[in-house]
Write a protein that binds this ligand. Structure first.
Ligand code: HEC
Length: 146
């Protein structure tokens, strides 16, 4: 029984690490946003900075407790990691991974391709990248900027 419980916690903390990307603000998010629901409710969402600020303000009204600095850091983190739009020519690999639902390998392939071939201009360019499942990118095409 004890072994099973320990295993459960290891598995649970492993999951939290994989779905909330590392970065400044993750700690504040985990601290301030875990009281009522999982802080991972934000995963998979896509919002502008203003909309994130409004949501965080809403959560403060619901009773989320933190310092102004913590709230600012959370908004910065959310705007950087779960943006409404992602520029495929400037985004780093981790942002491409989160925002487009790609694997680490696929995100790396996009970065390597644009370094060698220059900027992507359209979905057709993205479809040329070897090793990337273009269906995943097409599914998120409303979120892509060039
Ligand atoms: C005091 C309790 C509480 C805390 C702390 C809290 N929330 Fe919430 N959260 C709620 C409630 C209640 C809902 C559902 C009602 C709603 O959407 O307003 C919710 C819903 C959400 C949703 C889903 C909204 C949607 O449109 O589906 C997200 C995302 C979210 N919270 C993010 C956060 C973030 C980020 C923080 C930290 C800044 C946070 N929450 C802290 C109570 C809380």
């Amino acid at each position: 029984m004890r072994v099973w419980i320990a295993g459960f916690f290891v598995a649970a903390s492993g999951m939290a690490q994989s779905s909330l990307p590392a970065g400044p603000g993750r700690e504040a998010l985990t601290k301030v946003c875990s009281g009522c629901h999982s802080p991972e409710s934000v995963v998979g969402m896509a919002k502008t900075r203003e909309d994130w600020a409004a949501l965080v303000g809403d959560m403060a009204n619901q009773g989320a407790q933190g310092s102004d600095e913590e709230f600012d850091r959370i908004i910065d983190y959310l705007a950087a990691n779960f943006p409404a739009k992602v520029n495929v020519n400037t985004a780093g690999p981790q942002l491409l991974e989160n925002a487009l639902g790609l694997s680490e390998k696929e995100a790396g392939a996009l970065v390597a391709y644009r370094e060698q071939n220059g900027k992507f201009k359209s979905m057709d360019d993205l479809a040329k990248v070897p090793g990337v499942d273009v269906k995943k990118i097409e599914a998120r095409k409303d979120r892509i900027e060039y």
